[in-house]
Design a protein around this ligand. Structure first.
Ligand SMILES: [Zn+2]
Length: 290
């Protein structure tokens, strides 16, 4: 238990630092209404999607455990119903850290089967917060008058990513397969890959339309254009890195070569990102070399 707490604190500090937050007290949960029943909540960590209605609150991702109380307070402003369903877009702690708290409050947790495996491994003292309903390819729910499509995309940001699309409300939550306004984090050590991330964005764009409101894993609410630009960025960086590899460039040479990525964000601009210019170039190199 002690180890668990220490690990949680370390990952909390690490992630807060990475996204520019110093402590829990200072985190404010901001709510943005996207449609009649759907809201975006932003605090620290991954973006949260909320679908309200008579069947209970349907929630997408839950940030860190330390923020659960604040998140519940924000949800209570939107609905007098409890959180009944919680879907995790992937296993990372800044998206699933609150699982145990929401589980204990009665939420049913759903995720891709690889997310369950990874969270089960981490859960040392109890299985509270581990997803109880899993899927392999796709899961459809019908709650609050909305069809909810949960689609697995293979080896994108991790090996357990899901896109969550609500066609009636016309909102898509991409999880971390889309970072808006910055370079993405592609977790190669958890089964992520550049080609999978590209395919995930292609898949997402293929099911939505021009008017869809897109909740990225990180960054502000996005438009179809933002999402298309992101896909173009991934494809362009892939092409540039591939060309350098074919010319015989080493990982370090590619990591130092700002011209590969500067047309999107210069290294100076990207120095504030979780993934800076050098890191994104190394990621693409490693993923394409695999
Ligand atoms: Zn993530």
């Amino acid at each position: 238990m002690k180890n668990l707490i220490i690990t949680s604190v370390i990952s909390l500090v690490f992630s807060f630092h990475s996204f520019g937050f110093q402590n829990v007290e200072q985190v404010e949960i901001k709510t943005q209404k996207l449609s009649q029943q759907v809201y975006l909540l932003q605090g620290a960590g991954g973006n949260i999607g909320i679908l309200t209605g008579p069947d209970g609150v349907f929630m997408i991702d839950d940030q860190f455990a330390a923020l659960s109380e604040k998140i519940v307070t924000a949800i209570n402003q939107l609905s007098d119903q409890p959180v009944r369903y919680l879907v995790n877009t992937h296993h990372h702690g800044d998206h699933t850290g609150g699982n145990k708290n929401f589980d204990e409050q009665g939420a049913l947790i759903l995720a891709h089967e690889n997310v369950r495996e990874r969270l089960k491994e981490k859960a040392t003292d109890s299985t509270a917060g581990v997803p109880v309903i899993t899927f392999n390819d796709q899961l459809n729910l019908h709650v609050n008058g909305n069809d909810v499509m949960v689609l697995h995309v293979h080896n994108a940001h991790t090996d357990g990513d899901a896109l969550v699309y609500l066609p009636q409300s016309n909102v898509l939550h991409t999880g971390d397969t889309f970072f808006n306004g910055m370079f993405p984090y592609i977790d190669l050590s958890s089964g992520g890959s550049v080609d999978g991330d590209i395919e995930a964005a292609e898949k997402g764009l293929s099911i939505i339309n021009e008017k869809t409101k897109i909740i990225p894993g990180h960054g502000n609410l996005a438009s179809h254009q933002d999402y298309s630009d992101y896909l173009l960025m991934l494809k362009s960086i892939r092409k540039n890195v591939k060309k350098k590899i074919d010319e015989g460039a080493t990982e370090d040479e590619i990591a130092r070569d700002e011209s590969i990525t500067a047309m999107f964000y210069t290294d100076e601009v990207a120095s504030d990102f979780f993934i800076d210019g050098e890191k994104i170039r190394r990621t693409f190199y490693k993923s394409l070399k695999k």
